[in-house]
Design a binder for this molecule. Sequence first.
Ligand SMILES: CC(C)(COP(=O)(O)OP(=O)(O)OC[C@H]1O[C@@H](n2cnc3c(N)ncnc32)[C@H](O)[C@@H]1OP(=O)(O)O)[C@@H](O)C(=O)NCCC(=O)NCCS
Length: 200
Amino acid sequence: MVNIRFANEPDVAAIVDIANWYAANTPANFAIEPEPLEMWLGAWREQRQWYPWLVAEALPGDAAAQDGAIVGFAKASPFRTRCAYRWTVETSVYVRAGWHGRGLGRSLYERVLSIVRRQGYRKVLGGITLPNPASVRLHEHFGFRHIGTMFRVGWKFGQWHDVGFWELEFDGGIASEAPGNIALVREVVGAEVEGHGARG
Ligand SMILES: CC(C)(COP(=O)(O)OP(=O)(O)OC[C@H]1O[C@@H](n2cnc3c(N)ncnc32)[C@H](O)[C@@H]1OP(=O)(O)O)[C@@H](O)C(=O)NCCC(=O)NCCS
């Protein structure tokens, strides 16, 4: 059994561990060296009020739980920092090796997308190092459409890699209407959020 919940500060170490595994072993993540915990903690502290960070936690009794209780994560982050981009987020999702194909990626993404939609974000972008049929399938399951590919944009493991972008526009992407204010994560999910409430 796996529980999807908001990430708290102690979970960030497991999140980094999962991301660094993909950095070391696959081109899905373009980091070349392991990224330090402090960097990810800084991002979590800075972003968590406005962008959901979720983890999938294996509950005691699940056969594979000895690998570490956190077996996946998904989060939203700012696409770019200039103000006019405020209504656009980028999302990412990682499931620990050995836990694939059990619906965890879908459950994590479903929650993240539902939250950012209720917060008032209008567009979601997902960047995928190609090929990655599982991630493409996952994005298209939620209605993302492929909007383009940046060819040979990353060099890793002795070869060039392409990154495709998939986008999702909420509510049919009504382009002419001015967007409303973005709500805090805690304003749309209420008491279930622990680390997402406090300032700082
Ligand atoms: C992409 C990833 C998150 C998918 O997570 P997962 O828990 O294994 O996926 P799920 O079991 O939830 O399946 C999601 C969908 O992908 C499909 N899928 C899963 N593995 C697949 C594969 N190897 N090939 C094709 N489709 C696949 C499933 O059938 C499902 O499709 P459906 O919604 O139409 O039924 C996981 O493979 C992963 O962590 N990959 C490495 C990191 C990464 O690439 N992240 C995405 C870039 S941000």
